[in-house]
Design a protein around this ligand. Structure first.
Ligand code: SF4
Ligand code: SF4
Length: 455
């Protein structure tokens, strides 16, 4: 089904005080020609399979305090109860109560929780894909420690098995599986880009070294939209004297398998990076400016591999911070005021909160923190695959205003981040709202200000 196939009215009125946006069309996407009953069966089987001990404890622990609602940018900007985080996992919970929980027989016998239907799953598609960036803000706020973001990710597994993923998200995930890159950054494209950039910028970009201490990776968005990131990475690696390489058998850190809920594709993408690092004997695998890439490998890599990874995994901001501390990364002073947008998967979910700030301190900027900041910073609204889903655009623009206001309030000259997906969301929001601020990459800012080298 394509974006234009179904056009019914969206229940949301998205009139905003600052700008008015078009009402999005509602559509439900399905993959494959599968009878509805089979879709429900597949979703339920996967939900039940995913109800491990922690998911079950989460399901039983909610005290319905409502705190998570205010934490979610989708609820905070719409006041629509359907965007309450705990409501987003209701069909998952419904499946748990009927099929898996301690009183499942009782719920079924008295029909206290009705059976999940395909219509319910279709409606649910909007709640766990279009209106959840898996940012984890609700998880942080919940007094019972319920990790709603993780439950949303688990629920996406069942939706992927049922073939009920938003069309664009499924298409990029499938392309990633088939071509090795969701945005067309195939090994040939990546190689061509490296040759062109090495030539144009007169920088050495090692490719496919048999042995290297450091394996660098990139995101599709960087390769296709912000290729200067490749040059910046090369300049920084040279500056710190690293024995490093890119490899064509493992360069693409973007993982739309994870975002779509296709666990098999997620594993395939991660294993390419793991195998490439092992093949060249890397001691360190450096992840690029991509939030979900950090979660996928830094926190889920060892589970996929089945044992501890034989190398360490760091985000490029952590790599730069380490080399600032060791004195190998020496930077010129920028002398501007900066505010830092924390990518959710790196700061809140990933824990790498201070590394980018240490790099900014080495750049001598005046850091003006947003309110709230660090682990509680607001999401840009484009993570979790949301930026790919066109029917979610109007809602995404609405929540993006939270972010614009937050940045404007700091009065900082430059907004900076360390995630290319956030950067793309900002670029899109800037164009939509004709905003006067452009998001900057921390990586590129560092590469432009290496001591002893031309910008
Ligand atoms: S993970 Fe983020 S976007 Fe999803 S429900 Fe929680 S706060 Fe909202
Ligand atoms: S904050 Fe936690 S306990 Fe409260 S309603 Fe949300 S999920 Fe339930």
């Amino acid at each position: 089904m394509s974006a234009s196939d179904v056009n019914t009215e969206h229940p949301l009125e998205l009139e905003t005080p600052r700008f008015s946006v078009k009402k999005p069309a509602v559509r439900y996407d399905k993959q494959g020609e599968v009878p509805d009953a089979e879709r429900v069966k597949r979703a339920m089987q996967n939900f039940v399979r995913d109800f491990g001990r922690s998911a079950a404890i989460y399901m039983e622990s909610c005290v319905h305090c409502g705190n998570c609602a205010e934490a979610c940018h989708f609820y905070a900007t719409t006041n629509d109860p359907k965007y309450t985080p705990i409501w987003k996992i209701e069909p998952f919970k419904q499946a748990y109560k009927r099929e898996y929980g301690p009183f499942a027989w009782f719920y079924r016998a008295l029909n206290l929780k009705s059976a999940v239907t395909v219509e319910r799953l279709e409606e649910w598609q909007e709640l766990i894909y279009d209106s959840c960036t898996v940012c984890g803000r609700c998880s942080l706020i919940c007094p019972m420690g319920i990790d709603i973001a993780s439950l949303v990710s688990l629920a996406r597994h069942g939706m992927a098995k049922a073939g009920l993923v938003p069309h664009e998200l499924w298409a990029v995930a499938e392309r990633g599986e088939k071509e090795g890159s969701p945005l067309g950054a195939t090994p040939k494209v990546f190689k061509d880009r490296i040759e062109w950039l090495a030539d144009d910028y007169e920088v050495d970009i090692p490719l496919d070294k048999a042995k290297a201490d450091v394996l660098c990776t990139m995101s599709s968005i960087e390769i296709m939209k912000y290729p200067e990131s490749i040059v910046a990475t090369a300049k920084i690696m040279k500056h710190v004297g690293a024995n490093w390489t890119f490899r064509l058998d493992g360069y693409e850190a973007t993982n739309f398998g994870l975002l779509s809920g296709n666990a098999d594709w997620q594993r395939d993408m991660s294993m390419k990076l793991i195998d490439a690092a092992i093949a060249c004997g890397a001691k360190t695998l450096v992840l690029p400016e991509c939030g979900h890439a950090y979660g996928a490998l830094r926190w889920m890599g060892a589970n996929l591999y089945g044992k501890p990874l034989p190398f360490r995994v760091v985000h490029i901001a952590e790599f730069m911070a380490e080399h600032v501390k060791s004195g190998k990364l020496r930077l010129k002073k920028v002398g501007k005021s900066v505010t830092f947008h924390d990518p959710c998967q790196i700061s809140r979910r990933g824990g790498a909160i201070e590394a980018p700030r240490e790099v900014l301190a080495a750049l001598g900027v005046e850091l003006r923190e947003m309110e709230p900041t660090k682990g509680l910073n607001w999401c840009c609204g484009g993570g979790g695959g949301v930026v790919t889903i066109h029917r979610a655009d109007a809602l995404r623009y609405k929540v993006f205003q939270l972010k614009m206001n937050q940045i404007d309030d700091t009065g900082a000259e430059l907004p900076v981040t360390s995630c290319s997906n956030c950067r793309q969301t900002f670029d899109d929001g800037q164009a939509h709202f004709k905003w006067d601020k452009t998001m900057n990459s921390l990586l590129e800012m560092v590469a432009h200000n290496l001591e002893g080298e031309a910008a």
